[in-house]
Design a protein around this ligand. Structure first.
Ligand code: GNR
Ligand code: NI
Length: 173
């Protein structure tokens, strides 16, 4: 299977606000499956539909060591977040090679549909809590670099544009 193409910052489509999933059907299960394959191939711990240019509220996550604990969140909503926060380094498949600190709630409770269309509540802390918050930001068009200073963000934008140019030059050689 050919993996889906992951949009890269500063692609403006990464700032699209996703719409709720209307029905959990075979099409959605197929999309989730393709997203898992893309995420595993890219060695990420999460992927939001926004990153593959599908603007619906769907994310896939697997923070397990064995890469064998897939989690699908459809129409996720955070129903509780701890007031206690932590700053941790984050990366993003849409901003390859960049890692920087972002402040997040230490723990969250998220309500979401699963692939059977059943409402589930997940209590998360640690890496899973970070990942859920990172993925849900993608669904509202937000990339983690937007938490960084304008100076850092501009440096990242310039580096990403140069990287893309270099790749395009390499491709025609
Ligand atoms: O693979 C990923 N690693 C990661 C590390 C720290 C905080 C968040 C993440 S999510 C990221 C995959 C991704 O870009 N998801 O949108
Ligand atoms: Ni990301």
């Amino acid at each position: 299977m050919t993996p889906l193409t992951i949009l890269r910052y500063p692609d403006p489509r990464l700032h699209t606000v996703a719409k709720p999933v209307a029905t959990v059907d075979a099409r959605l299960r197929q999309l989730a499956d393709a997203m898992f394959q893309t995420m595993y191939e890219a060695e990420g711990i999460g992927l939001a539909a926004t990153q593959v240019d599908v603007h619906e509220r769907l994310v896939v996550i697997d923070v397990s060591e064995g890469r064998n604990q897939p989690l699908v969140l459809i129409n996720p909503e955070i129903v509780w977040a701890s007031t206690e926060t932590r700053i941790g380094d984050e990366g993003c498949l849409s901003v390859p090679g960049i890692y920087d600190g972002v402040e997040r709630a230490l723990a969250v409770k998220v309500e979401a549909l699963d692939l059977d269309g059943q409402k589930q509540i997940h209590e998360a802390e640690g890496m899973l809590a970070v990942c859920i918050q990172h993925e849900m930001d993608h669904l509202i068009g937000k990339v983690f670099v937007e938490y960084l200073s304008p100076l850092k963000r501009n440096r990242i934008r310039t580096r990403m544009l140069k990287q893309k140019k270099d790749e395009e030059r390499e491709a025609v050689r």
